[in-house]
Design a binder for this molecule. Structure first.
Ligand SMILES: [Zn+2]
Length: 269
């Protein structure tokens, strides 16, 4: 993907608190949010403390350190904490509430159905635990005076799984692609004509032309791409290229808990 030549203007300092307030006040749509990665920091800290797990990770949470290696440690911590159906329902509920508090009015959460026999959890029971939170929240929204949030669930397929396991899950299709430069895989993904794509950071001219020709909407996650080093800096992010070429894009958070962001912040970069 071509890089921008505009002067850097992505740093926090340049933007005023007013701009962030404006972005916070706007009703927003989130199309790319992983359940586990979006768990609010306060929830993780409470769960970690109650389980007396990994004191180092709790300290890291308190410091708010989001270096790449710490983000990976956080994903490990979340995996260790999400071992019961009660916790799955709780994190699902608190993730929905955190997006609602950021004025998100339509949320597509995504998660991989998990088969964890050591926790007496099947893919079905895992999903029931997530859906319990979605259904409870929908019911509460209908009966409360507050503005509601419409929540939909996307079922993720881990690319390390077999195609047989993938077929157990597949519905409509949105695919992560080109977080690293992998032209053969990215061509194959574009040939599949999925309904949406996520990221699409590392494209050569051929792939870029193919993407633009496809008109497939792309979910763009700026902080995630910069922290995980798929894109070097905010000003070099391909959002501007796609946006200026009129390609359909949506700003998204990816893992708001792990990357310490909100959809308002992503809109304000
Ligand atoms: Zn993602």
């Amino acid at each position: 993907m071509h890089r921008l030549t505009a002067p850097p203007q992505g740093s926090n300092e340049i933007f005023s608190a007013n701009q962030l307030r404006l972005c916070s006040a706007l009703p927003k749509v989130e199309l790319h949010a992983h359940l586990n990665g979006s768990v609010p920091e306060s929830t993780l800290r409470e769960l970690a403390e109650s389980r007396q797990l990994d004191a180092g990770a709790c300290v890291m949470l308190q410091r708010g350190d989001r270096s790449l290696s710490n983000c990976f440690k956080l994903f490990d911590l979340i995996h260790q904490l999400t071992t019961t159906h009660e916790v799955i329902t709780r994190i699902s509920r608190e993730v929905i509430i955190s997006f609602q508090e950021d004025n998100v009015v339509y949320l597509e959460l995504r998660t991989t159905p998990k088969n964890r026999p050591e926790c007496s959890m099947t893919k079905e029971s895992y999903l029931q635990a997530v859906l319990a939170a979605v259904d409870a929240h929908e019911h509460q929204s209908i009966t409360s005076a507050e503005h509601g949030i419409c929540v939909r669930l996307l079922l993720s397929i881990d690319r390390r799984e077999s195609s047989e396991q993938a077929w157990q899950t597949g519905l409509k299709l949105t695919l992560h692609a080109a977080e690293v430069y992998a032209p053969l895989e990215t061509h194959a993904i574009l040939d599949l004509l999925p309904d949406r794509l996520g990221h699409m950071c590392c494209l050569d001219d051929d792939l870029e032309a193919k993407l633009l020709g496809s008109r497939i909407p792309v979910e763009l996650c700026l902080s995630s791409n910069v922290i995980t080093q798929s894109v070097p800096t905010y000003p070099e992010h391909h959002f501007a290229t796609l946006y200026h070429k009129g390609h359909p894009v949506a700003l998204c958070t990816d893992d708001s808990g792990v990357f310490a962001t909100t959809l308002s912040r992503e809109s304000y970069w």
